[in-house]
Design a protein around this ligand. Structure first.
Ligand SMILES: [Zn+2]
Length: 328
């Protein structure tokens, strides 16, 4: 298409879509998040969703420690922007939107993790979040924001449930070929968080990674003084259903795979260790806790024709998609 026509067409499309978007984001008070409607935190009753409605305000704990009240899907747009590349296929983005909405509602209605029953914006705790305005400053374009907003709108009000209750919709970057049982990572068996195959991730950057430790670096990371040849340190390994390390004996001490991942700062618990030229080589598969939906796996499914519903049914077997308002 001729460039001039492309510009005219783009202007026309933006003219159709943008008014709705800006109306939704609002033009609130001019503080650190000027485009969002920031209101003072209110009572936890705000987290209760009136039956039959699809929209509500939720308390969001920002990184600066302030709890703000935010419209649910305004928040979900910011989570999907922060948590999944906009280049991913639309059905994967829709699955991410449902999962992000479910995860947030679970945290808020449980009211356990943070004061005032909030969900926080720390990716190491709850979910990452970035406002569309900050996203456009250095991460992406308006077209990216519109694509993700469309995915959120297409799934408005949809959450994942199990036996009528909000599911624990955990997700992560890349499985390395297979996801993990919840019980293997957190010690709690959850029927719909079981290891499943996750094919098609081979091209993802975090699919496989090898890191090298000198013997002293390795000992230091474990907080121990080790002597002898590193080959003699690597002992018996047991594995989880999802191909992760359940336990491994290192220099006479048994560690869980989860603990070794923490100590050695590994991408995942699905790792192998070997010794080469006196160094310890550790190859990890995937990235993250590997429980629930693999984001790269979801994209691989979407690219090969799977729908949002099929992606969610694959990674959370036994769950179903419900409307928020239908949950008791
Ligand atoms: Zn949190």
């Amino acid at each position: 298409m001729d460039k001039q026509w492309q510009q005219i067409l783009a202007a026309f499309i933006l003219g159709l879509i943008l008014p709705g978007l800006t109306a939704r984001l609002g033009r609130g008070a001019a503080d650190s998040m000027p485009q969002l409607q920031i209101q003072p935190p209110e009572t936890s009753e705000q987290a209760t969703v009136p039956e039959g409605t699809e929209s509500c305000q939720i308390p969001v704990l920002r990184m600066d420690g302030e709890v703000i009240s935010m419209e649910l899907d305004t928040y979900v747009v910011g989570v999907v922007l922060a948590e999944m590349p906009a280049s991913f296929a639309p059905e994967a983005l829709k699955a991410q939107a449902v999962v992000a909405r479910t995860y947030a509602m679970k945290r808020v209605t449980e009211g356990i993790r943070h004061p005032q029953g909030a969900v926080c914006t720390d990716p190491g705790c709850c979910q990452a979040y970035i406002s569309p305005e900050d996203y456009r400053k250095d991460r992406g374009t308006l077209a990216d924001v519109l694509k993700i907003t469309a995915a959120v709108e297409a799934t408005a009000g949809q959450v994942l449930t199990y036996h009528g209750e909000l599911a624990e919709a955990t997700y992560f970057s890349c499985s390395g070929g297979k996801t993990e049982d919840a019980v293997a990572v957190w010690g709690t068996d959850i029927p719909y968080l079981q290891a499943v195959d996750s094919p098609g991730e081979e091209q993802a950057l975090p699919y496989s990674k090898t890191v090298s430790f000198t013997p002293s670096e390795f000992a230091c990371a474990l907080g121990r003084e080790l002597s002898g040849h590193p080959k003699d340190w690597l002992g018996v390994v047991t594995y989880t259903e999802g191909g992760g390390v359940a336990t491994m004996v290192v220099a006479g001490v048994s560690y869980t795979g989860v603990r070794l991942r923490q100590l050695l700062r590994l991408n995942s618990t699905a790792f192998t260790m070997s010794v080469s030229d006196g160094s310890i080589l550790i190859t990890t598969m995937g990235k993250g806790h590997r429980v629930g939906m693999s984001q790269y796996g979801a994209d691989a499914m979407a690219v090969t024709g799977s729908t949002c519903q099929e992606i969610l049914a694959h990674y959370y077997p036994g769950t179903k998609i419900d409307k928020i308002g239908a949950i008791g």
